[in-house]
Design a protein around this ligand. Sequence first.
Ligand code: GDP
Length: 299
Amino acid sequence: MFDTLSERLGGIFDGLTGRGALSEKDVSAALREIRVALLEADVALPVVKDFIGNVKSRAVGEEVIRSVKPGQQVIKIVYDALIEMLGGEDSDSSLRIDSPPAVILMAGLQGSGKTTTTGKLAKRLSEKERKKVLLASLDTRRPAAMEQLAILADQCGDNVVSLPIIQGQLATDIARRAMNAAKLGGYDVLILDTAGRTTIDEQMMNEVAEIADIADPSETLLVADSLTGQDAVETANRFHARLPLTGLVLTRMDGDGRGGAALSMRAVTGLPIKFMGVGEKLDGLDAFDAKRVAGRILG
Ligand code: GDP
């Protein structure tokens, strides 16, 4: 679909081998290509501008290493800058779940993959960390969403249980009931799957904010669809303004997007990306890997 950025940069520097330092003129042609590639990868414009500034200050004046082509040298600078902006090579995806029952609050728009991610996290915590996990759906307007979570809990094995559904309760009442059940049942983790809407509205925000107040979560994760690009950034900003978010989960990273949403969301919110959804199945959740995403943006 695209010429990769690596190929384009290689072309620009073809005639330029081993002669002193990279000049501003050499670098500016490369920066134009980087700019186009990032915009094509769906990175938000202000983030692209920051990034270009960062790369420029690193690249101009850099000695051309004789053994390496200048194109590759700039690619390495871009790659390193991408990793840094994505949170660094050792980005930490661990969850703070020390004092049981620790609450993880899941927020996000409808269709972002919130309920699926709730199931995936439960499976990961029970299998990898031997945690006993209680799941509760607070989506009082969509009985199907509650059923979906119960089915996912069943698929996760004995250590994952979903809170019995009682019709007619308010989301805040379900949250309180879930917290009690988690305490009494000796659960390590309670994951609250909040209601999503197709677009952000005040009522939804008020409800999620109220639940966050009641549940005092140790982690509040925003689930966002990486394929929605710039919209995902806007969503992250709106949720970040209302909720004590502690991290992001980007879903559909198995799709054909270039990963630009990851860079934008991280840069705009400053929040760590903790996990990436890489498939519909329950084991389709990977710890966020900055190197992998940087490689993908570079192409
Ligand atoms: P919710 O409305 O936010 O709770 O979204 P759901 O969890 O119901 O997910 C919506 C759709 O996206 C479902 O068909 C999921 O199987 C699918 N989905 C969720 N996460 C991923 C992912 O990481 N990759 C892919 N390919 N599909 C996903």
